[in-house]
Design a protein around this ligand. Sequence first.
Ligand SMILES: C[S@@+](CC[C@H](N)C(=O)[O-])C[C@H]1O[C@@H](n2cnc3c(N)ncnc32)[C@H](O)[C@@H]1O
Ligand code: SF4
Length: 463
Amino acid sequence: MDITTNKEELLAEFQDLAKLFGNHEISISHEEVDLDGKIINKFHVNGENEYETSYDYSKQLTPLAKKSLRKRQAKVALYDLLSKLTNKTLPWGSLTGVRPTKLARDLVESGQIKDFMVAQVLENTYRVSKEKSRLTAMILKNQKCIIRNDNLVDLYVNIPICPTRCLYCSFISNELAKVKDKVDTYIDCLLKEIEAVKKIVAKKAYIIRTIYIGGGTPSVLTAKQLDRLLDSLTFPVGEFTVECGRPDTITAEKLDVLKKHNVTRISVNPQTFCEATLKRIGRNHKNKEVLEGYSMALERGFKVNMDIIAGLPKEKLGIFKRTINTLIDLSPENITVHTLSVKNGALLKNDTSDLSENEVEKMVSYAEKLLLENGYKPYYMYRQKHQLGGLENVGYFRNDNVCIFNIDSMEETNSVIAVGAGAMSKRVFNGERRIERQDNVKFVEDYISRIDEMIEKKINFFS
Ligand SMILES: C[S@@+](CC[C@H](N)C(=O)[O-])C[C@H]1O[C@@H](n2cnc3c(N)ncnc32)[C@H](O)[C@@H]1O
Ligand code: SF4
């Protein structure tokens, strides 16, 4: 068997892991020897530190199972070495490039472990901290709505337009001022793509489980534009979310339009309740606007999600605690706690140097503790590259109000038909545990000029 396959892929994962230890210059060489039943992993870090581990494997393993075992063992070995050299542990241990809940579910569903063993296995096998292993096990328990049925699909509509650009954001989104004269044509194209989706749904006998209009900031559209878009989304669903993330875009008229079209859930995102930080991150809203948007949403019976970010520039633990405490007082049905990730696409560069990783960890732990004490439960989680402290984003719910779309899409248990610029459709073949993806062009202008091609690709993809 060729044990050198995917060496580059493995080295890239080693580098990602090494970066989490805070050393970007680290050079790693790795050698693996297969002794027909036993594998020896040898590492050299910065040409000096040598480390060797070995393990036995069953010769009955399929090539895929063996590949995954080798990768896991090599990463754990490297983690142990770096942990020893730096005298540091990581919250998610050796895990990079994988959603912890997805990994845990795969282990349970494939019969390798029972669900009560999740926390213990993550801790012992992958070096995940006690706190994060427990969090993963809790989340798994709260994902009871998962139904692996290839005909049950979610619909996503992307509005990659925002009032202005927040400094920390790396999502591809256009400032409204730059595309204002194209928005109506963009909606025309969306309507055309949605008509094609209706044909796909009918032909494949799909059932649309949830609808999610995200972005960007869909509430940047005028009430009239929202009305036109929502008029076309006639699928009868129990969960229909529209992100109204930027409170400065919310008006009573727009919320009335959403209500008229049976939207059930919206986001009103404070990110922080410190107005000095809001200014610093280029988010021009005031706390008053969050409170007004929230109360207008409650008056109309919407379930509300609120997003916040731990680790925003110059925010210390005390400020973050005040944000969480305010959220608890407001008690929306969903709260999503993100950890700042500063990616290349963001305008914000190194404005976080005054913040120790330890402090961000304390913020995230404080949020978890307070939310749990106040009746919230975690229900979905994902990690991104460059998140401070190698931490994660976690969605919490109360009163059984999980967002099914978030679970389906993060856990990749159901297909997603996604329309609009930058939208990524996904076909999940549950029987074969296989996923295929298809993306639309990213920019609004390209999407408009290539709409027929997008539609054709979508029809082929789902045929
Ligand atoms: C795709 S954004 C859309 C939401 C909406 N446009 C808004 O800003 O309120 C979803 C969420 O991701 C989070 N987010 C965006 N950029 C982030 C970053 N660089 N690090 C951590 N979280 C981020 C924010 O909390 C944001 O509300
Ligand atoms: S954080 Fe939200 S509002 Fe800000 S630029 Fe990104 S997508 Fe737009």
